[in-house]
Design a protein around this ligand. Structure first.
Ligand SMILES: *Cc1c(COP(=O)(O)O)cnc(C)c1O
Length: 394
């Protein structure tokens, strides 16, 4: 039993998943081994028959990996989790486990670009069809269900205009039709939002972002609500591979210890910067869920504990202004990805969302004048000063 049972989430971040190990280390050792010795022939046979728990081979389970998986499962209030090689490997595992030929998926039209392409270009080859809708609009979701709909998949807040989807309402709607709800909780982390508690069935993360938080690994995870589902997913994970390795699991687990204080700082900094931008004469509009001007502010405050670290804003001067800002900011680094301790700036239309058609981009609110920020944990005065150095040229 973890020392964090029954404790508050900040304590869980520090203690979850950690077991007793030989020599009594405070931190789980990195079991950098591909395989594990059996005590004797019967022991090996019992492990393979599933009659006794024990590690066999690292693709199927490893103590360093399991410690991290248990920490994330506990923070999300799930039963068990499966660490994956990347966020996209986690997305792939979910769809391979939940869909078969002839099934239908409903997916938000603001999910991560490669998730959209995975569904529309890859899963479609196996005759699994996806309808992309604005999941913040419940009527649109409702009218998209078919008798063969198996999964509703979304991110909330969505990327990059941070539209918010009602997890509880969509879960009720999906369950009454026999479909499962999968939430990509990357933008919020379990500190700000716990989809399983709100009724969702499965959570996925790109742990590359906030969970690890230090921009030094690419990893993902799938969190399951029940042990039965976990066992079903684990069998598939054993077949597809794409699992996390022990060293990356160790790094993510280390990152999780500071997750609560990092998220608090991301939220505090982002809200202050969103307010500064909203007052700025060169800025047309700001998208941040905890600003009263955001169209989903009320739902966001009900469903989440904070607005998170991501802000998008539109410059009055369009593309040319965006370039001037990106090329002249200080402190902020011009790079994609998000959720690390360092602040990043990027331009969705020409970078993260450049593979979308212009029409679809505009439908999703991604104009040429839109800039996305991932707000880090630096001092907010320096971050505002650094942005102003770019905005002077906008
Ligand atoms: C980055 C990201 C992913 C993909 O994760 P990788 O670790 O890069 O494979 C999926 N969903 C969201 C919301 C992301 O931001």
């Amino acid at each position: 039993m973890d020392t964090s049972d029954g404790m508050k989430i900040g304590t869980k971040c520090v203690h979850s998943g950690i077991k007793e190990y030989e020599f009594g280390p405070v931190v789980p050792p990195i079991y950098q081994t591909s395989t594990f010795k059996f005590k004797d022939a019967d022991h090996g046979a019992r492990l393979f028959r599933g009659e006794e728990f024990g590690y066999i081979y690292t693709r199927m389970g490893n103590p360093t990996i399991e410690a991290m998986e248990d920490a994330v499962a506990e923070l999300e209030q799930g039963a068990k989790a499966i660490g994956c090689a990347s966020g996209m490997a986690a997305v792939n595992l979910v769809f391979l486990a939940l869909t078969s030929q002839g099934d239908h998926v409903i997916c938000s039209n603001t999910v991560y670009g490669p998730t959209t392409s995975y569904l529309s270009q890859l899963l479609s080859r196996f005759r699994v069809e996806t309808t992309f809708v604005d999941t913040s609009n419940l009527d649109e979701v409702e009218s998209s269900f078919r008798s063969n709909t198996k999964v509703v998949f979304f991110e909330t807040p969505g990327n990059p205009t941070l539209s918010v989807t009602d997890i509880q309402k969509i879960s009720e709607m999906a369950h009454s039709r026999g479909a499962k709800v999968v939430v990509d909780n990357t933008f919020m982390s379990p500190i700000l939002q716990q989809p399983l508690v709100l009724g969702a069935d499965i959570v996925v993360h790109s742990m590359t972002k906030f969970l690890n938080g230090h921009a030094d690994v690419v990893t993902g995870i799938v969190v399951l609500k029940t042990l039965e589902e976990y066992q079903q997913f684990r069998k598939i994970s054993n077949l597809v591979g794409g699992v996390i390795d022990p060293f990356n699991a160790f790094l993510v687990h280390r990152g999780i210890k500071t997750l609560e204080i990092r998220m608090q700082k991301h939220c505090e900094n982002a809200l202050a910067i969103a307010k500064y931008l909203e007052r700025h004469p060169k800025v047309e509009r700001v998208w941040y869920p905890f600003l009263p001007s955001h169209p989903h502010n009320e739902l966001s405050k009900k469903q989440t504990k904070g607005g998170g670290g991501i802000i998008s804003f539109e410059l009055k001067g369009g593309l040319e202004s965006c370039k001037m800002v990106m090329n002249n900011v200080r402190v902020w680094q011009l790079a994609v990805s998000l959720g690390g301790v360092e602040s990043l700036i990027q331009h969705p239309a020409s970078m993260t969302h450049s593979s979308m058609s212009k029409e679809l981009r505009l439908q999703a609110g991604i104009t040429d004048g839109l800039v996305r920020l991932s707000v880090g944990i630096e001092d907010v005065d320096d971050l505002i000063w650094g942005l102003e150095q770019g905005l002077k040229f906008a």
